[in-house]
Design a protein around this ligand. Structure first.
Ligand code: DGY
Length: 322
């Protein structure tokens, strides 16, 4: 196999190793910043394949500018950055990396749940300010997860793993609303399918695990936060665009909800002077849901195999093309 694969950002070294073992040459984006679309296009000119990140916009203009690309794999499960109909029209196979990152993302979600429920951030900040002067049994009081209701919006691969960990590990009651019913979580975990309104009104913790689509963009907004319990926490480890940030800030300021754990923001990256960062009841992490060594390695393996298969005219390991 011959040809150059452009890799538009930092990925696990196994990705390069596998591509090179297959005889491909690799070219990587070396700068510690996001390349512009122009730069990705320029770097793709000598390439027959691309490994892209969700930050890269692969729209009709991109495909028109890189007609020689024969295979693309996104180093992600999400693919809202890719104009799929244009890729299909040009018969370019598009790979992605589902499944391998579900567990890491679900674990990060549980970390956000616990950080919110037990005031981990504010308690840690208090120590740093020198405020741990004596044991005070009435300080930093949080709330148990056990017995509380976890509402899950989007019961797919990641949502159902969060449900499992929360039910079996923390004894939470699970309710959910999703595009499709998930009988497995209903049977195995006793999860109850509820209406969107019920989900908002009954959840003690409401965690979003849906892709961003026309239907879900901005679905968590002023009206929806107002319907939530004032003691509830909003968790988002899916996509920042599904909540309206100024409405979330307002809901937190007006104490319409108790707090929030966010691994994704809108826009990304979040500026360091964002008001959410000065709220002690808000925990923000920089889109690290799938960021474990094990998962990044598996994502690299899948991307490399996707490209090798795609260039050989064989089905990719995981593809989003129909
Ligand atoms: C994904 O895999 O979609 C993650 O959000 C990282 O981009």
């Amino acid at each position: 196999m011959d040809g150059v694969v452009f890799i538009s950002g930092p990925v696990h070294p196994v990705t390069f190793q596998l591509l090179e073992e297959a005889g491909l040459r690799t070219k990587k984006w070396k700068e510690d910043r996001r390349p512009s679309q122009e730069e990705v296009i320029e770097n793709c000119q000598e390439a027959c394949a691309l490994i892209s990140l969700v930050r890269d916009k692969l729209d009709a203009f991109f495909f028109k500018s890189c007609p020689q690309l024969r295979a693309i794999s996104n180093y992600a499960v999400g693919f809202e950055n890719i104009d799929l109909s244009e890729a299909n029209r040009r018969r370019i196979p598009i790979g992605y990396t589902p499944e391998v990152l579900s567990n890491s993302t679900a674990e990060l979600t549980i970390a956000l749940l616990l950080a919110c429920s037990r005031n981990i951030l504010s308690a840690n900040q208090a120590i740093r300010r020198g405020e741990w002067t004596h044991f005070d049994p009435m300080k930093h009081l949080g709330t148990d997860l056990s017995g509380k209701t976890l509402g899950i919006f989007g019961m797919g691969r990641i949502g159902s793993l969060v449900a499992k960990k929360a039910r079996l590990g923390f004894d939470m009651e699970i309710i959910y609303n999703s595009r499709n019913r998930n009988e497995e979580v209903e049977d195995r975990l006793g999860a109850a399918y509820v209406s969107w309104e019920d989900l908002l009104e009954s959840s003690d913790f409401l965690s979003a695990h849906c892709p961003i689509t026309e239907r879900t963009a901005g679905i968590f907004n002023k009206q929806t936060f107002q319907r939530m319990k004032s003691t509830a926490f909003f968790i988002n480890a899916a996509r920042g665009g599904i909540h309206v940030e100024e409405d979330l800030i307002q809901a937190l300021n007006q104490r319409e909800i108790a707090g929030s754990g966010l691994d994704v923001t809108n826009p990304e990256p979040m500026r360091s002077d964002n008001p959410l960062l000065s709220m002690s009841n808000v925990v923000v992490t920089p889109h690290i849901g799938s960021a474990t060594m094990e998962t990044r390695k598996k994502m690299g393996e899948i991307c490399a195999h996707n490209i090798i298969q795609g260039l050989s005219g064989k089905p990719m390991i995981h593809t989003i093309n129909p």
